[in-house]
Design a protein around this ligand. Structure first.
Ligand code: FAD
Length: 429
């Protein structure tokens, strides 16, 4: 029987969930192997922003994660907007006026924090030993029957490996989720939320010309009927991250692909009612523009996040539409809780792992599933389609504040301690 120090934790996927979990486990003395299907750990060149709970979770996982984020993050550029999450603009009133004032502002303790994903992941990968990261390894299947009761992992390139525990951080289309529940289970595949998004990175100077200094240099959310456009500065203020969401009643043509090629012209058509400022901004994007289909697990959430010695982490467990800007933050919360549980001194064998993962499910599933549903509601709110709110902006402000509070007003460290207490209770039972 393998001893505790020999236990191997296989992390499937090297995105934000996989790498923050890897750092948290490695720095607690656990033996990790990361298996990433891509030829190298890399991310798309888009921006991602973090809510206050995410920053707490980074520190709990390991302070070096927070320090890495601090090196690459960009806040709002204006000193008076350091606590502003987003200024919300009513596109009916903007009318190309760069000086148009926000309809309302949502703030929090840390304001807006944008990073380029690639920059953040480049920093995270430095925090795990080189030999722990295995690239070009697409997990196909796993089964029991390895030596010492280990799970045997099989990869698309024909190679095999073994692990005591599988931590599936393999994203929205998680292969492990399909293996856990079966390819025909409703949760095996995510569903289309009938929204897609154009994403672009625009040079700051040009964005200032298009929408004015205040909106380009600080996070801005432009609301309109059936769509919303958000911008925030990244890359230490040299670049503006632009994401333009459009609601549609049409189906996504090919659910095996989450992106499709589109054009700047199509974006200009979709947002033609958003005023001249947004038109000028969209004109700065490339003529060929990808659109991202917004899928989530809202219709068919997984019935559990953990089974035996396998668990789902991050988007694999609770893939959400991005309207709260909190999906990645919840990945890091998952990592914090799991690391606390798996590093428990009391675990000496596979029964300990099973109990730890069952507690992870108990602690994380309700909150993770809430985010997915709440994000749908908040997306509708930004686009004046939420029942009972429509285009009443006072009600919209109230709704956003309440829901953002549920996300931000949490004590991640206390959540981890509660999980450990629950583990001890179940372990001794
Ligand atoms: P992923 O990032 O998808 O990583 C999964 C990894 O697993 C990938 O590297 C993949 O190659 C690998 N993989 C997959 N299958 C296998 C396999 N079989 N074997 C081996 N490896 C495999 N969240 C925020 O908090 N803030 C934001 O501002 C924000 N903006 C967003 C904007 C958009 C348009 C979208 C779509 C999402 C946004 N999100 C945001 C959500 C956030 O991006 C996700 O929640 C987060 O990136 C998920 O991370 P993950 O590690 O779980 O999954």
């Amino acid at each position: 029987m393998a001893t505790k120090k020999d236990h191997v934790f296989a992390i499937i996927g090297g995105g934000i969930a996989g790498l923050t979990l890897a750092v948290a486990l490695h720095h607690r003395g656990l033996r990790i192997k990361i298996f990433e299907q891509a030829g190298q750990m890399q991310e798309i060149g888009a921006g991602v922003a973090f809510t206050p709970n995410a920053l707490q979770a980074m520190r709990v996982c390991h302070p070096a994660i927070y320090e890495a984020y601090e090196r690459v993050r960009t806040r709002n550029l204006w000193p008076c907007k350091q606590k502003v999450w987003f200024d919300f603009y009513d596109t009916r009133n903007e009318d190309g006026d760069a000086a148009a004032k926000p309809a309302f502002t949502i703030s929090n303790d840390v304001g807006q924090n944008g990073v380029l994903r690639a920059h953040f992941l480049d920093e995270l990968i430095k925090l795990v030993p080189r030999e722990a990261a295995h690239v070009g390894k697409r997990l196909e299947s796993y089964e029991e029957g390895g030596p010492d009761g280990r799970l045997r992992l099989r990869f698309a390139d024909g190679s095999e490996d073994e692990a005591d525990v599988i931590l599936a951080c393999d994203g929205i289309k998680s292969r492990v989720r399909q293996l856990l529940f079966g390819a025909h289970h409703p949760c095996a595949l995510p569903s289309y939320t009938h929204r897609y998004a154009y994403r672009a990175l625009v040079p700051m100077e040009e964005a200032v010309d298009a929408i004015g200094k205040e909106k380009a240099q600080n996070a801005a959310m432009h609301m309109g009927k059936g769509g919303h456009v958000l911008t925030f500065p990244v890359n230490h203020g040299q670049t503006v991250n632009v994401v333009a969401f459009h609601a549609t009643s049409e189906e996504w043509p090919d659910s095996s692909k989450l992106t499709a090629q589109s054009t700047r012209e199509a974006a200009l058509r979709d947002f033609s009612n958003f005023g001249p400022g947004i038109t000028k901004l969209l004109k700065l994007t490339s003529p060929k523009l990808d659109i991202w289909a917004i899928f989530d697990l809202g219709e068919n959430p997984p019935p559990t996040f953990a089974m035996d010695r396998v668990c789902l982490v991050g988007d694999a467990a609770h893939a959400t539409s991005p309207h709260h800007g909190a999906g990645a933050g919840f990945c890091i919360e998952d990592a914090a809780v799991l690391a606390h549980l798996l590093a428990s001194e009391e675990i000496s064998d596979h029964r300990g792992h099973r109990v730890a993962l069952a507690v992870y499910d108990a602690v994380r599933r309700e909150r993770g599933s809430w985010l997915v549903q709440s994000s749908r509601r908040i997306g509708d709110t930004y686009e004046w389609m939420a029942e009972g709110i429509e285009d009443d902006l006072a009600k919209a402000e109230e709704e956003i504040k309440y829901r953002n509070g549920v996300i931000a007003d949490v004590d991640v460290e206390a959540m981890c301690h509660q999980a450990r207490e629950e583990f001890s209770k179940r372990w001794r039972a």
